[in-house]
Design a protein around this ligand. Structure first.
Ligand code: FES
Length: 141
């Protein structure tokens, strides 16, 4: 049996092209940009990959981030949370418990919306807003 080496130690996906996470329920584009910048700054781009992703069918709980192979999901992530995710989880291997998203069942968990497009039943503040530096996501995988 041949053992294979992981191409990346950790792979981070951020919902940046769904209908809600990128700009309605928070700043998913900013989350992606900040994570990408911090991973580059930490000089671990050869071990950690941050990618844009489409909708995870968890709409209303986002911005959503998922990290593999850990299979750790984060909800209502702001650009301000990115540094803690990188430092604690991606570099230290210790997930950020306060952001963990652990729905009671597997599969889709899209929240219904009220007349103002507020997700009904959302636990986190809406929209998820940080006091980030205003950077927005740009091109790049
Ligand atoms: S829009 Fe992000 S999970 Fe659906």
């Amino acid at each position: 049996m041949t053992l294979s080496v992981a191409v990346y130690e950790r792979h981070v996906f951020v919902c940046t092209s769904g209908e809600w996470c990128p700009v309605v329920d928070g700043d998913g584009l900013g989350v992606h940009a900040r994570l990408k910048a911090l991973v580059k700054q930490a000089a671990v781009s050869d071990r950690v990959r941050v990618n844009h992703a489409g909708c995870f069918s968890q709409c209303g709980n986002g911005p959503m981030v998922v990290i593999y192979p850990d299979s750790i999901w984060y909800a209502a992530v702001t650009p301000d949370d990115a540094e803690e995710i990188v430092t604690r989880h991606l570099l230290g291997g210790d997930p950020v418990d306060r952001l963990r998203y652990e729905p009671p069942t597997s599969g889709a968990h899209k929240l219904a919306r009220d007349a103002q497009n507020r997700p009904i039943g959302r636990v986190a503040p809406w929209p998820a807003a940080g006091t980030g530096d205003g950077r927005q996501g740009t091109a790049g995988g």
